[in-house]
Design a binder for this molecule. Structure first.
Ligand code: ARG
Length: 476
C-alpha cells in the first residue's frame, strides 16, 4: 500500500486505490482523479523549487544544530537536496501530480536518493510554514527584481530628460494644449512616479522580511527548534512572532500585487502617451524599429504594439490583486487550502510586471523625440496665454482675475483672425487694453515661457537639470 511511486501519474490505474505515501496513514483509498486535479499545485508551484530546497536545507542544518536529528542525517539531507536541485535545474526531475506540490515532490525524490534520513526532514515543521516560507522567499526575490527593473527604467528616463532638458513641447491638461513644458520635465514626472513605486517595493520588503519557518502547522512545535537560526540562514530579519499569523499571512503577496498594480498603472500612462505621441496625427516621437511591429496587410504601418501591451498588462495585474484580496477575504485562521490559490496570481503578475518594465525601459532608451514637431505643437493653442496674463499682472499691476479677462479677449481676437497670440499687432492688443506695451512680446515665445517657470519643480531647464542631477546621485 505504501509502495507508492513518485513517477506514477493520476491516470495510472494502479494508483487509483493507493493512499498517499506522505499522509496516507489513515486513508484506505487514494483520491479520485478529480480530487487530485483540484488539489494539485505542482503544475505551478514547481517555480518555487529553489526556495523550497533552500528552506529545507536551512531547516535540516538547524535540526542537527539543536540535536533533533543527527549530523550525518543532516548532511545526507542537505547534500541530497542539492542533487534534487541539480536534477530540477537540468530538467531531468520527474514531477508527479499525485504528489500534489513541490514540497512533497522534492521530499519524495530525496527519499529515493538517500533513503531513511529523508523521513526526518519534516520534523518540527509542516507544509503550512514550509509553503509560507518558500512563497515569501519567492516574492522577496520579485520585490528585488522590481526595484532593479525600476532603476533601469529610471535611468533610461534620466537619459531622455538630460538630452531634452530644454526641448520645448506642449504641456496638456484635459489633453488640450495648456502651457509649454520641456521634454525633460515630462520625462522627469515619470521618474518621480517610478521612484515612488521603487520605494513601495523596498518598503514592503522590509515589512515582509520575517520568517514563518518553525511556525509548523499553526501552533509552533514541541521540538527545541531555533527559529532565529533558520531565519538568519534564509536572509530574514527575524522569525514571525506569532505562529498562527506566520502560516496564515499573505500580506506580503498582497503588498507585492498592490505595488505592482500601481506601478503597472504608471507604466500604462506612459505607454498611452507613447501610443498617442507616435501617431501620425501627433508625430511627437519615433518609436524605434526594435520596439515596433508592422502590419501584415498595410505596408506603411508601424505599430506601437509593445506600448499597447504594456498598457494592457495592468489589467492582468489588477486582476491578480483583486483575485488574491478576494481569496483572502473572510478566511478564518490559520491555514486554509484556499491559500494555495495565491501563487498563480502572483506568478503571472510578477512575470507581467517584469516584462512590462523591461519593454518600457527598452522603448524609452530608444525613443526619438521630434524636436521640431514638439516645438511647433508647443506654440499652438495659445499656450502662452497664461504668460500674457502674468505679464499684465507684473507690468501693469492688474489683478490676476482682470488680466485673465483681458487675455481671454485677446485670445478670442487671435482666434477670429486665425493667428497666434504673438502674431497680433501691438495696436490690436492696445485696442483691448491701452496700457499694453511692446515688452509683452518678450513673454509670448515658448522658450521664454518655459524659461520663466523657475519655481521649485517647475519646467524651466535649470530646474529640470537640478532634478536630473539629484536623481542621478540617488541612483548611482
Ligand atoms: N500546496 C500547498 C499550498 O500551496 C502547501 C500547503 C499544504 N498544506 C496543507 N495543510 N494541506 O498551500
Amino acid at each position: 500500500m505504501l509502495s507508492f511511486s513518485r513517477k506514477n501519474g493520476s491516470n495510472d490505474m494502479s494508483d487509483k486505490n493507493t493512499a498517499n505515501a506522505m499522509w496516507g496513514g489513515r486513508f484506505a483509498a487514494g483520491p479520485d482523479a478529480i480530487m487530485e486535479a483540484i488539489n494539485a499545485s505542482i503544475g505551478y508551484d514547481k517555480r518555487m523549487a529553489r526556495q523550497d530546497i533552500e528552506g529545507s536545507r536551512a531547516h535540516a542544518a538547524m535540526l542537527a544544530a539543536r540535536g533533533i536529528i543527527s549530523d550525518s542525517d543532516a548532511t545526507a539531507i542537505r547534500e541530497g537536496l542539492l542533487t534534487v536541485l541539480s536534477e530540477i535545474e537540468d530538467g531531468t526531475f520527474e514531477y508527479s501530480t499525485a504528489l500534489e506540490d513541490i514540497h512533497m515532490n522534492v521530499e519524495s525524490r530525496l527519499k529515493e536518493l538517500i533513503g531513511e534520513p529523508a523521513g526526518r526532514l519534516h520534523t518540527g515543521r509542516s507544509r503550512n510554514d514550509q509553503v509560507a516560507t518558500d512563497f515569501k522567499l519567492w516574492v522577496r526575490d520579485q520585490m528585488d527584481a522590481a526595484v532593479t527593473g525600476l532603476e533601469a527604467l529610471m535611468s533610461a528616463l534620466l537619459g531622455q530628460a538630460e538630452a531634452g532638458a530644454d526641448t520645448v513641447m506642449p504641456g496638456f491638461t484635459h489633453l488640450q494644449v495648456a502651457q509649454p513644458v520641456t521634454w525633460g520635465h515630462h520625462m522627469m514626472a515619470y521618474v518621480e512616479m517610478f521612484a515612488r513605486d521603487r520605494s513601495r517595493f523596498a518598503d514592503a520588503r522590509v515589512r515582509m522580511n520575517e520568517s514563518p519557518l518553525g511556525a509548523a502547522a499553526l501552533a509552533g512545535t514541541a521540538y527545541p527548534i531555533d527559529r532565529d537560526m533558520t531565519a538568519q540562514a534564509l536572509g530574514f530579519d527575524r522569525p514571525c512572532a506569532n505562529s498562527l499569523d506566520g502560516v496564515s499571512d499573505r500580506d506580503f503577496a498582497l503588498e507585492f500585487l498592490g505595488a505592482a498594480s500601481l506601478c503597472a498603472t504608471h507604466l500604462s500612462r506612459l505607454a498611452e502617451e507613447l501610443v498617442i505621441w507616435s501617431s501620425v496625427q501627433f508625430g511627437f516621437v519615433q518609436i524605434s524599429d526594435r520596439f515596433s511591429t508592422g502590419s501584415s496587410i498595410m505596408p506603411q504601418k508601424k505599430n506601437p504594439d509593445a506600448a499597447e501591451l504594456i498598457r494592457a498588462k495592468v489589467g492582468r495585474i489588477n486582476g491578480a490583486l483583486m483575485a488574491l484580496l478576494t481569496i483572502m477575504k473572510g478566511l478564518p485562521l490559520a491555514y486554509s487550502k484556499d491559500m494555495q490559490e495565491d501563487k498563480e496570481q502572483v506568478f503571472d503578475a510578477a512575470d507581467s510586471l517584469m516584462l512590462a518594465l523591461a519593454a518600457m525601459t527598452g522603448m524609452i532608451a530608444d525613443v526619438t523625440p521630434d524636436k521640431g514637431a514638439l516645438r511647433q505643437a508647443a506654440a499652438t493653442g495659445f499656450s502662452t496665454a497664461t504668460d500674457l496674463a502674468d505679464w499684465l499682472v507684473r507690468s501693469l499691476n492688474m489683478p490676476f482675475r482682470d488680466a485673465h479677462h483681458v487675455t481671454g479677449a485677446l485670445v478670442k481676437m487671435a482666434e477670429d483672425a486665425g493667428c497666434d497670440l504673438h502674431e497680433l499687432s501691438l495696436a490690436d492688443m492696445q485696442s483691448v487694453e491701452p496700457q499694453i506695451s511692446a515688452g509683452v512680446f518678450d513673454v509670448l515665445g515658448v522658450d521664454n515661457s518655459v524659461g520663466s517657470r523657475v519655481s521649485y519643480g517647475g519646467t524651466a531647464p535649470a530646474q529640470v537639470r537640478a532634478q536630473i542631477a539629484r536623481w542621478r546621485k540617488v541612483l548611482s
